[in-house]
Design a protein around this ligand. Structure first.
Ligand code: DGL
Length: 263
């Protein structure tokens, strides 16, 4: 596998762009391919079987485009499909992600941690195992957030409706004494400006995008696969390319063409 081959990154939608940004920052010499499965969003309310099938299709596409590594920039997809993808492609470095329970359990001073994530992530066996392993000494309160992903897909990051939905999810956690909030879905880092308005400054917000980029760097380095020159990032969506093109300037920081994902 050539080290200048691209890295394939995907999510149920545009949320994984929060991870793609961290990868771009950490690894500026890597060429990036991104698939938003926005025609099938939200994964959070879908069955694990459905998500596994989508992930297999998208991973196959990205590898067909020459990807040297894959990043599942989606907590929900990781819970449903990471193990199967690793089994199917044992020679491909695959980076997946899950809610940052360990760092949050270490960071909390009140001993109460809140987790904002999708229903699918919170219901998964993988998440239960994460709590068993790292959260036995703290109280963890989980909060599924249906509807939030759709607000971000629509680019409504600061809209009144988004704020009210988010307020309804966050206030009960604050009332229980949470001083640390895990953003356990890759869409949610885009709501940090709103969250900063809704939670006191003493509450830490923890997400895993930067850690994923570091882990990816380590894996590529170990295999001699670090790139040396980046091509411009390329984007596909299974939703409306025009809609993704409208939100990219905010979520990715520049205007870029988006192609239709070939089903
Ligand atoms: N961005 C996704 C995650 O990290 C899932 C959003 C969804 O499709 O429900 O969990």
């Amino acid at each position: 596998m050539a080290s200048d081959a691209p890295i394939g990154v995907f999510d149920s939608g545009v949320g994984g762009l929060s991870v793609l940004r961290e990868i771009r920052e950490r690894l500026p010499n890597e060429s990036l391919l991104y698939v938003a499965d926005s025609g099938h969003v939200p994964y959070g309310e879908k069955s694990p079987e459905y998500i596994r099938e989508r992930c297999a299709t998208i991973a196959g596409f990205l590898l067909g485009q020459g990807a040297k590594a894959l990043v599942l920039a989606c907590n929900t997809a990781t819970a449903a499909a990471a193990a199967e993808l690793r089994e199917r492609y044992p020679d491909v470095p695959i980076v997946a992600m899950e809610p940052a329970v360990k760092p949050a359990a270490e960071a909390t001073r009140s001993g109460v941690v809140g987790v904002l994530a999708t229903t699918g992530t919170l219901k998964s066996a993988r998440f239960a195992a994460l709590l068993d392993r790292f959260a036995s000494d703290v109280r963890v309160i989980t909060q599924p957030c249906p509807g939030l992903v759709e607000c971000i897909e629509a680019g409504e990051l600061g809209a009144e409706g988004t704020r009210e939905l988010l307020r309804g999810y966050v206030e009960p956690l604050l009332a229980e004494g949470c001083d640390t909030l895990i953003l356990g879905c890759t869409h949610y880092p885009f709501l940090k400006p709103l969250l900063h308005e809704l939670v006191p400054a003493s509450v830490s917000l923890i997400d895993t995008g930067a850690a994923v980029a570091r882990h990816l760097e380590r894996l590529l380095n170990e295999r001699g696969l670090l790139g040396s020159a980046a091509q411009p990032a390329r984007f596909w969506t299974s939703g409306e390319p025009g809609q993704m093109e409208r939100v990219l300037p905010v979520l990715w920081g520049k205007s870029t063409d988006v192609q239709s994902f070939p089903e």
